[in-house]
Design a protein around this ligand. Structure first.
Ligand code: FE2
Length: 254
């Protein structure tokens, strides 16, 4: 049987930079020239069928496609770059590509402000150099001063809840904590009013850093830090913005 060849070969000589973001010194790892043959990875990505079904994309403002290929070497490399073992977030976890276009798009309120992911997030930008613009923005929430939301409430969140004289219910159940996040942090009033990504920020969200999009650049960051696509409306009206998205966990799947 002819198996498709796997183009996801990591360049052993990728160039790594580590930065620390904000007051919390949250780590960001950037590895340039990540794949040995980025053009083959892009070609693979462009041949797949994409969907915008909510079960697949969630609140991501675009389309996704997946393929089952050996991905363990990528998890190993990302762990090595991040400095501690990281594990796949899903089991099984296919290779996932995603695309965004600004053609006839309408962002919902959650897409007009930063969001958080489940744990550690890695992404490889795949567009050719001539269509690389913008990138990924990281933000501070001005009303609370928070730069991230921990998976479970920590002392900073407890202090904030005390200051706001919130009842204990907000922090004692998963549902309460979600309500806390949706009301205090991702309040719809904090989103951009017009049909735009948060980009340079607004009166509620301060842009801390723009990680620039670059061909074949891997970025790894704490997905619990507030982040968003950084894309202006006039960009990606023709070509898609394409990347590989990899969700990781600091804990092995039990
Ligand atoms: Fe995200």
């Amino acid at each position: 049987m002819n198996m498709p060849s796997n183009p996801l070969i990591i360049n052993p000589h990728c160039q790594v930079n580590i930065e620390y973001l904000g007051q919390g010194r949250h780590k960001i790892v950037i590895a340039d020239d990540f794949y040995q043959h980025p053009e083959k990875v892009l070609q693979l990505a462009l041949e797949l069928p994409y969907t915008d079904r909510f079960e697949i994309v969630g609140n991501f403002p675009g389309v996704r496609a997946s393929i089952n290929l050996e991905i363990q070497p990528i998890f190993q490399k990302i762990s090595e770059l991040w400095g501690i073992p990281l594990y796949q977030f899903f089991d099984p976890q296919p290779v996932v590509f995603q695309g965004i276009t600004n053609k006839n798009y309408l962002l919902n309120i959650g897409q007009r402000q930063p969001h958080i992911d489940q744990d550690i997030t890695a992404m490889v930008y795949l567009n050719p150099e001539e269509s690389c613009v913008g990138g990924t923005g990281l933000y501070r929430h001005r009303p609370t001063g928070l730069e991230r939301v921990p998976i479970t409430p920590d002392q900073e969140i407890r202090n904030l809840a005390d200051r706001l004289e919130l009842s204990d219910e907000f922090l004692t159940s998963a549902e309460g904590y979600e309500n806390f996040q949706n009301s205090m942090i991702f309040n719809p009033l904090f989103a951009n009013r017009d049909n735009t990504y948060i980009n340079e920020g607004n009166e509620y969200w301060e842009l801390l850093k723009l990680i620039k999009m670059k061909t074949n650049r891997l970025i790894i960051f704490d997905g619990r830090c507030f982040h968003s696509q950084y894309i202006f409306p006039e960009q990606y009206t023709e070509a898609f913005r394409v990347n590989q998205i990899i969700y990781l966990s600091q804990k092995p799947k039990s």
